[in-house]
Write a protein that binds this ligand. Structure first.
Ligand code: HEM
Length: 137
């Protein structure tokens, strides 16, 4: 015996905004974050405003720590092996302009990886409260 399909047409409400993805997944997971950090590093390396801050830095190690840190911040569940933001930026005399320059590079790097505006802003919102730990001390 065949039964007629009598219920209302199904509407798929899960059109992106209501997905259960973590921010980490929206950023492309490990591969996506690695590409974002590589793009960030490439931009820092050619920016005379801020590159001097990284003269003494082991860039390979910084790259790993930055990926882990973004992963943690984006609910990716990574273990972060670095120092907290206050300690790791202590004595670097990072100004508001330095901070804005780096964040600008992060935005451009995310754009290059085709990360949508809402996802970019979600990450920036989580980084913004770190401002006072990173600058001027
Ligand atoms: C949202 C902004 C920022 C975030 C999330 C961030 C994150 C990090 C992380 C995770 C580390 C690794 C710490 C460790 O290995 O223990 C680090 C180190 C470092 N950061 Fe930042 N940072 C930010 C802004 C800046 C800015 C604006 C500058 C300078 C222009 C800067 C300069 C440095 C330097 C030079 C190091 C390496 C210090 C060393 O060699 O030990 N950071 N940062």
């Amino acid at each position: 015996v065949q039964t007629a399909e009598s219920s209302a047409p199904q509407v798929n409400l899960n059109n992106g905004n209501s997905s259960q993805q973590t921010l980490y997944q929206e950023l492309g997971g490990e591969a996506g974050l690695s590409a974002i950090v590589d793009g960030l590093l490439a931009r820092i390396a050619t920016d005379p405003r801020i590159v001097h801050h990284f003269q003494e830095t082991d860039i390979a190690l910084f790259r790993e720590r930055a990926i882990e840190h973004f992963c943690l911040v984006a609910d990716g569940g990574c273990v972060y092996h670095g120092e907290n933001m206050a300690l790791s930026h202590q004595g670097l005399n990072i100004t508001q302009a330095d901070f804005d320059a780096l964040v600008g590079h992060l935005i451009e790097s995310m754009k290059e990886q085709h990360i949508p505006l809402s996802t970019r802003n979600a990450l920036l919102n989580r980084l913004a409260p770190m401002y006072s730990d990173i600058t001027y001390h």
